[in-house]
Design a protein around this ligand. Structure first.
Ligand SMILES: O=C(O)c1cccc(C(=O)CC[C@H]2O[C@@H](n3cnc4c(=O)[nH]cnc43)[C@H](O)[C@@H]2O)c1
Length: 216
């Protein structure tokens, strides 16, 4: 059996994690931005390892994220209790309808639009990272950039702590391979009206490096 697989969107995130690792058996790979490319690439990595007779023990979707202002601050670390496909659904004159409320069977949705983190994996990381904020992490295909969309997300997901673009895709890949999953994020920006100057990528990458020692 191989060790832990940590997938990030971009190389800078992978390098930040790599530089903080205490366990040399952990594999850290950048797999691309967005749920589709990250999910497909992770599925391929898991299948190749399985076919080689060395399946990964668990998968962590890691990287930077936007944080909901009342919940987390820039530079904070977040552990996801579940990955939520927040924009998978249908628009209607009465508002957004999640796809699992449209009568689709759960098996056609990769197990549903919200996939839970593995409880054992999450508990271990909570112990190792006691200051991390814990809660649902939304997966979106479009970075939220207006007050109206932020308020709508908060209304639909009052417990969510952060949004990013890969977690749900990686969670589907892990679920279909029967491998435990968890999401680890560092907050690079507040979610809200688009303000690129408010992004603190360096602070978030530093937080990722600090959190990486918990990955073992
Ligand atoms: O808006 C820009 O100019 C811009 C420039 C470089 C990168 C971006 C991204 O959107 C990076 C997305 C990347 O980082 C994660 N991420 C970070 N913050 C958020 C967020 O508020 N909402 C969604 N995703 C976020 C995400 O997981 C991607 O991997 C933009």
């Amino acid at each position: 059996m191989s060790g832990l697989l940590v997938v990030t969107a971009v190389p800078a995130e992978a390098e930040a994690i790599q530089s903080g690792l205490a366990d040399p058996t952990v594999a850290v790979l950048p797999v691309g931005v967005g749920p589709a490319v990250a999910g497909a690439a992770t599925a391929r990595l898991l299948a190749l390892a399985e076919m080689a007779g060395r399946p990964y023990r668990a998968v962590v979707s890691a990287g930077v994220a936007g944080g909901f202002a009342d919940r987390v601050a820039v530079g904070d670390t977040v552990l996801g209790t579940r990955a939520v496909a927040a924009d998978l659904g249908a628009e209607s004159p009465d508002g957004f309808i999640p796809i699992d409320e449209l009568g689709m069977p759960a098996e056609l949705l990769g197990g549903g639009t919200a996939l839970d983190a593995d409880p054992t994996l999450l508990a271990g990381l909570r112990t190792a990272l006691p200051t991390a904020t814990v809660g649902p992490v939304l997966t979106v295909s479009t970075v939220t950039g207006t007050t109206a969309s932020t308020e709508e997300l908060v209304r639909r997901h009052p417990e969510a702590v952060a949004e990013a673009m890969e977690g749900y895709g990686v969670a589907v890949a892990a679920s279909q391979a029967g491998v435990p999953f968890v999401e680890l994020r560092a907050i690079s920006n507040p979610i809200g009206p688009r303000d690129r100057d408010a992004w603190r990528m360096r602070d978030a990458l530093t937080a990722l490096t600090a959190a990486a020692s918990a990955l073992r």
